[in-house]
Structure formats: C-alpha cells, structure tokens
Design a protein around this ligand. Structure first.
Ligand SMILES: Cc1cc2nc3c(=O)[nH]c(=O)nc-3n(C[C@H](O)[C@H](O)[C@H](O)COP(=O)(O)O)c2cc1C
Length: 204
C-alpha cells in the first residue's frame, strides 16, 4: 500500500486559465512525475472531499460511485515508484499495486496501436463497475455511468493543466485487449484512458 501525500486545495493557476489552456496532448517529454503531482491528479479525478459522507470531487447519481481509477506507470514514470499497474483507493487516498511491470506499450497496442500513448510517463484508466449504478437505476444507470466518467476525466484534464502537465484522452480501444493488458478485475470495464506527462514543446 502506498500512502499518497495530502492534496492541496489551492493552486497557482485559476480555473479560467486551466479551461482556456486545456488541449488534448499527444507528445510528452521523458520527465518523471513526482508523487505529490500524482496524488493531486488522483484526488482531482475521484478523491474524497467530505470524509464523513465519502462524497467525491465528481458528482455521482445516487452517490453510488461506479468508477475506479487505475494507473499504468512506466519505468521511471514517477519518482520513487516501480513500473506497474496501480489501483487508487479514494477513501484512504492510497495506491495498491495490482500488476508489476511497464504495461504502457500493451495499453497503446490495445488502443488501436496509438503508440504515442506509450511515451507518457503515466496513464490513468477509468473503469466502471456498472452494477453499482444499474442495481438502483436499471437501464438508465448505464447513461449515468457514461456521464460520470466525463465528469471525472474533465477534473483530471483541468488538474493536469493547472499543474503544468498535459493530458490526452483515448476512447478508441479494444475492450477485451485493454482489460487483459492491465489485468483488470472482472466486472471493471475500461471506459477512458488518459495519458499524462509534461507536454513536449508546450512549456508552462
Ligand atoms: C470520448 C472521447 C474519446 C476520444 N478518443 C480519442 C482517441 O482515441 N485518440 C485520440 O487521439 N484522441 C481522442 N479524443 C480526443 C479528441 O480527438 C479531442 O478532444 C478533439 O480533437 C478536440 O481537441 P481538444 O481536446 O484538444 O480540444 C477523444 C475525446 C473524447 C471526448
């Protein structure tokens, strides 16, 4: 279990500036991220904002929180962390290792060979366990889950920009190949992949 540093609730860039600068980034410098940056990115995506109720940065239909955030960290992708696949535990604000080794090329290959993705030091993978939401909302729950992944990923996008990083977004992938590349638990279905790093040629 890896304890993450506490996230900051104030940053150096305004929300308006982050919105203005956000762009899909597809070229990354080979510069590792720091653990405090990783912590901030995960918290922004799906972190807990009220520990008493367990509610998060992203809204969720019925507060059922169907999403999970995994990370594929490359070799030397994050200072002090081994390459591997990690699972974010929002309530504890910790990471658990689920698979060791650099899986970025497998992830890129599963994404219809969008090999640019493998240059990012890390990739966030947002998965859904639909039954958490469809158990209450039936068929309509599917629609809710798809809205919610957009909320979480926009949080991640904007936080990346606010930290001087850049993020891409990939929805084009083979579901089965992606689940295999990341050794995802059954029932956790990948919805969006977000490669993140220092944008090449866009110093901020
Ligand atoms: C749901 C979704 C899936 C996407 N999938 C991909 C993808 O597989 N590969 C890619 O290079 N860009 C992908 N994009 C990024 C779009 O191409 C990009 O957002 C669009 O061109 C607008 O550019 P901007 O994000 O820089 O504003 C995706 C965007 C969304 C919202």
């Amino acid at each position: 279990m890896i304890n993450l540093p506490k996230p900051a609730f104030k940053g150096r860039m305004s929300l308006e500036e982050a919105l203005h600068c956000r762009r899909t980034v597809r070229t990354f410098a080979p510069i590792p991220l720091r653990v405090d940056q990783l912590s901030q990115l995960l918290w922004a995506t799906y972190g807990v904002t009220d520990p008493q109720w367990g509610v998060k940065t992203a809204p969720s239909a019925g507060a059922l929180y169907p999403l999970d955030c995994y990370l594929a960290i490359g070799e030397g992708g994050v200072e002090g962390l081994a390459a591997g696949v990690y699972h974010y535990l929002p309530l504890l604000h910790t990471l658990e290792t689920t698979t060791s080794g650099d899986r970025r090329r497998e992830v890129a290959r599963a994404s219809l060979s969008q090999m640019w993705m493998a240059e990012a030091p890390i990739m966030a993978i947002i998965t859904s366990e639909y039954k958490r939401t469809t158990g209450k909302y039936r068929e309509r729950g599917i629609r809710y889950v798809h809205m919610e992944v957009g909320h979480a990923v926009e949080n991640l996008f904007l936080q990346s920009v606010a930290l001087g990083l850049g993020a891409g977004i990939v929805g084009a992938f083979d579901d089965k190949a992606m689940a295999e590349a990341l050794a995802l638990p059954s029932g956790h279905e990948p919805l969006l992949i977000v490669p993140i790093g220092h944008p090449l040629g866009h110093p901020r």
